[in-house]
Design a protein around this ligand. Structure first.
Ligand code: PGA
Length: 253
């Protein structure tokens, strides 16, 4: 059965001290309030990973992830983060292909395919992000565009490996804008992505993949989005920086 996952993406926010405070609050409240069948992930800046992993070590609900990783194992790649470095902190997830990385760092589907493979080989769970711009949506090409992102970055994987990937659909026009996709728009896309997965792999495999929605999800709209049959969770930016809001989302199924 596919997992319910609420993942926070802190982006480039919180210094170390504030990050430790936020992580401690999240773990404390999640342990008391988050339903047992919901997995909580905090994707922190790289310098926080080690200490935040320590804070989550005794929680069986809250896990830690990085926001990016290199497709190279090690070497002369100044400023980059290797999969082994991420796992050595105790983190177990990694966001791959967030639209901000695709836009500002020109990450390509091919590069992201290599990262997903390496993350899996190193035992990390990739949170693979996909999503279209407003322009593409208005042209009516969004399903084709996002399906192609999946196809170019994921469809070389064996079905065993694919089932370890978590997909996050994040329409770029909904990220950080306060404008969320409607529950219907999210469901339509998630259903199309699952159909594409079923087509490439099988119905059984497609049913095992968690597909998260991301883009201005907050306590006031989470329930409507999470009640859709193909929406298995959320990737939360802004609202993951407030422990109360973030945990309220984990209770919104
Ligand atoms: P947002 O960000 O919730 O602030 O829109 C989501 C994301 O970019 O992962």
């Amino acid at each position: 059965m596919r997992k319910k996952i609420i993942a926070g993406n802190w982006k480039m926010n919180k210094n170390l001290e504030d990050g430790i405070a936020l992580a401690s609050e999240v773990v404390n409240i999640a342990n008391d309030e988050t339903p047992n069948d919901v997995t909580v992930v905090m994707c922190t800046p790289a310098i926080h990973l080690s200490q935040v992993s320590g804070i989550t070590a005794n929680s069986d609900k809250v896990f830690v992830g990085a926001q990016n990783m290199s497709e190279h194992e090690s070497g002369a790649y100044t400023g980059d983060l290797a999969a082994d470095m991420i796992t050595s902190t105790g983190a177990s997830y990694v966001i791959i292909g967030h639209s901000e990385r695709r836009e500002y760092h020109f990450e390509t589907n091919q590069q992201l395919a290599a990262r997903v493979k390496l993350a899996l080989a190193k035992g990390l769970t990739p949170l693979f992000c996909c999503g279209e711009s407003l322009e593409i949506r208005e042209a009516g090409k969004h399903v084709e565009f996002v399906t192609n992102q999946l196809s170019e970055s994921l469809y070389d994987l064996s079905s065993e490996d694919l089932q370890k990937v978590v997909i996050a659909y994040e329409p770029i026009w909904a990220i950080g804008t306060g404008v969320t996709a409607s529950a219907e728009q999210a469901q339509d896309m998630h259903k199309s992505l699952r159909a594409s997965l079923a087509d490439r792999y099988s119905h059984e495999v497609a049913e095992e993949i968690s597909i998260l929605y991301g883009g201005s999800m907050k306590p006031s709209n989470a329930q409507e989005l999470l009640s859709q049959p193909d929406v298995d969770g959320g990737l939360i930016g802004g609202a993951s920086l407030k422990s109360r809001d973030f945990i309220d989302i984990t209770k919104s199924y």
